[in-house]
Design a protein around this ligand. Structure first.
Ligand code: 9L3
Ligand code: MG
Length: 138
């Protein structure tokens, strides 16, 4: 059980998109959204009826204009973070195979970053603990 009494659990899914040089894509949260300006692993909320993989495939298309498949999504770990008003659970997938060139379809800035440089980018508190797992992997 998650020890977050009275708090809703928000299920979000995120992706470490990896390019052929082993760099990881970070997206900057735009003005007007919560945590604006922070750099996150792209992804979003799981909608009712979706599996986390379906969510990620939809979000990667909507946000970045890339296409991938369930078979190209490898689960790596989970983020778990209690915010003031909800508890966030966020599986992180690694995706190395996809079609298209990532571009910020929602006006967000993007950066391809080496794993050892991920710490240079201020991140939401849920994302930061994921960095060591990516450093081990890449
Ligand atoms: N969130 C944190 N790290 C991420 C993502 C994709 C999302 N890598 C958090 C920010 C919000 C919540 O999840 O508190 C929902 O995300 P959004 O729908 O506002 O992007
Ligand atoms: Mg999103």
């Amino acid at each position: 059980m998650i020890d977050a009494p009275g708090k809703k659990i928000l299920l979000v899914v995120a992706c470490a998109l990896v390019d052929s040089d082993g760099r990881i894509l970070l997206a900057q949260r735009p003005e007007g959204k919560s945590l604006a300006g922070l750099w996150e692993f792209p992804g979003g909320k799981v909608e009712p009826g979706e599996t986390p993989e379906e969510t990620l495939i939809r979000e990667l298309d909507e946000e970045l204009g890339i296409r991938t498949k369930v078979a190209c999504l490898a689960p790596l770990t989970f983020a778990s973070h209690t915010y003031d008003d909800f508890h966030l659970l966020m599986p992180l997938y690694v995706c190395r195979r996809y079609e298209g060139m990532a571009h910020g379809r929602e006006g967000q800035a993007l950066k391809w970053v080496r794993s050892k440089s991920l710490r240079d980018y201020p991140m939401p508190p849920a994302d930061e603990p994921l960095i060591p797992f990516l450093m081990d992997l890449l």
